[in-house]
Ligand binder design. Structure first.
Ligand SMILES: *Cc1c(COP(=O)(O)O)cnc(C)c1O
Length: 465
């Protein structure tokens, strides 16, 4: 594989550098069993920890975010078939489904899965430590925060100074009460974000009464900064790129015991929050009589920025569907960071800047130059492939989606709709996966529409113009 210094000698990387739309299906992809083992992650981070935590918080969520009340505080999005868009895309075999995270409650993007979960985990640990909330049954799997990359991934967060004298309520609606809010007001969450993660963190923090600081690039969308400021969130702008914004956030939070840094590059808590989507999707598919098995493969197209959201969702999907699900990541031609990291084996040790790419793209949610090393290293055996999409194509897809389905998604989300054409185009890949014509007739293509719900109407009209 190309090493530093001679990237341009590799014809594939030359194509990436020239921003040619490209796909790469990883020849090193493994079976689900081998890939899950190689990930070094335990399924406990999803089921026992994140899913259970979201369930505990559901009564508070239903109260704090009334749009979730009908769903009893479950933050979930619809799934449905889109035959008109399928026809528009020219996909003749199988079926196209849309996963509507563009209208996910709380913050209108996939970030309401991971970001909300991590803020809740922090708030929960604070309330337990303060004795306001009853301690959890101890057990490693209930806590994710302490297992960020760099720490032992199987270790427990040991905060308990009150294990001997359990007290506090078990009713999570108490997070709306004065004692809880006074406690939260003494603490802060800090995050670096291209925009949507900041929104999910800022909105959740504000709902709990936590202080919040979001570090963003000056390239981030102005309306996202304004919205955050209107919630009382501190927004710090950096004239450099996303990676620098994250670094600044991490540094500011270091050594401050009243501050929690949401580390988009290494967070297990974010990852686990995203992964909860796997079980939920399995239930939705079953309820609608969509079969997924060896003879009915599921292809899921996930827009990828730093890799946390698609990586976490892919992990959850693999736990549910095993080898029957094929996860493919979509990136802008201006910022194919995960593809570059996995292809070269350098992961977070390489940035798209080394290909001369600047990450400036209309897909602001995906404008990341350096991938999460956590996701690339742990998940590479479970991600079938990667493809890139030009800004022009994303805008076309935004328009087509609106014309056919009346859905206003953001360009990042529309990148998922370009997936099906790359599958059919790669005979080597299909052969390697033993996908027969019969199976391809039965295929379900699922485009994960990752965001758009909070985009102001005038900006959205601009995408359509
Ligand atoms: C953040 C984001 C993604 C990708 O998530 P990462 O964790 O950065 O890979 C995809 N789509 C939208 C709309 C996003 O905001």
């Amino acid at each position: 594989m190309a090493a530093h210094g001679n990237l341009r000698d590799d014809p594939f990387l030359t194509r990436l550098a020239e921003q040619e739309p490209s796909a790469w299906f990883n020849p090193a992809v493994t079976t689900t069993g081998a890939g899950l083992a190689a990930s070094g992650l335990s399924s406990g981070i999803v089921d026992d920890a994140a899913a259970a935590r979201l369930e505990r918080f559901a009564p508070w969520i239903a109260q704090a975010f009334p749009e979730t009340a009908d769903a009893r505080g479950v933050i979930e999005s619809p799934l449905y078939a889109a035959p008109d868009m399928q026809r528009e895309l020219g996909v003749t075999a199988g079926r196209l489904l849309l996963k509507r995270d563009d209208i996910l409650p709380v913050s209108g993007s996939i970030k309401a899965r991971g970001g909300v979960h991590e803020v809740l985990e922090y708030a929960e640990s604070l309330a337990i430590e303060a004795g306001l909330l009853a301690p959890l049954n101890s057990g490693c799997a209930t806590r994710n925060l302490a297992s960020n990359e760099g720490a032992d991934p199987t270790s427990c967060l040991t905060t308990g100074n009150n294990d001997d004298e359990p007290g506090g309520t078990t009713d999570y609606r108490a997070f709306g009460s004065d004692p809880f809010r006074e406690l939260m007001a003494q603490h802060r969450v800090v995050v670096g974000s291209t925009g949507n993660l900041g929104l999910s963190i800022g909105i959740t923090a504000a709902a709990l009464g936590l202080q919040a600081t979001v570090h963003m690039s000056t390239h981030a969308q102005a309306w996202k900064k304004e919205l955050l400021r209107s919630l009382g969130v501190e927004v710090v702008e950096h004239s450099t790129d996303y990676t620098a914004a994250v670094k600044a956030g991490r540094k500011s939070a270091q050594a401050d015991p009243t501050t929690h840094f949401v580390d988009d590059e290494h967070s297990v808590s974010l990852f686990a929050g995203y992964a909860v989507a796997g079980r939920r999707l399995a239930r939705q598919l079953a309820n609608q009589d969509f079969t997924v098995d060896g003879d009915h493969p599921l292809f899921v197209y996930l827009p990828c920025g730093i890799g946390g959201a698609p990586g976490g969702v892919a992990y959850g999907l693999k736990l549910e569907f095993g080898d029957a699900v094929h996860c493919v990541f979509a990136e802008p031609t201006a910022a194919p960071c995960m593809m570059l990291g996995v292809y070269t084996g350098l992961h977070d040790e390489i940035s798209v800047a080394e290909l001369g790419l600047d990450t400036h793209t209309v897909a602001d949610g995906l404008a990341v130059g350096r991938p999460s090393g956590f996701v690339g290293r742990r998940m590479q055996g479970l991600i079938d492939g990667y493809y890139t999409v030009t800004d022009q194509r994303m805008k076309e897809l935004v328009k087509a989606l609106y014309a056919t389905e009346g859905i206003l998604a953001e360009p990042s989300a529309a990148a998922s709709l370009d997936g099906p054409r790359w599958i059919a185009a790669d005979a080597d890949y299909l052969q390697r996966m033993n996908l027969t014509n019969q199976q391809l007739q039965n295929v379900t293509h699922l485009a994960w529409l990752t965001g758009g719900g909070m985009v102001p109407e005038d900006i959205q009209r601009g995408y359509l113009a």
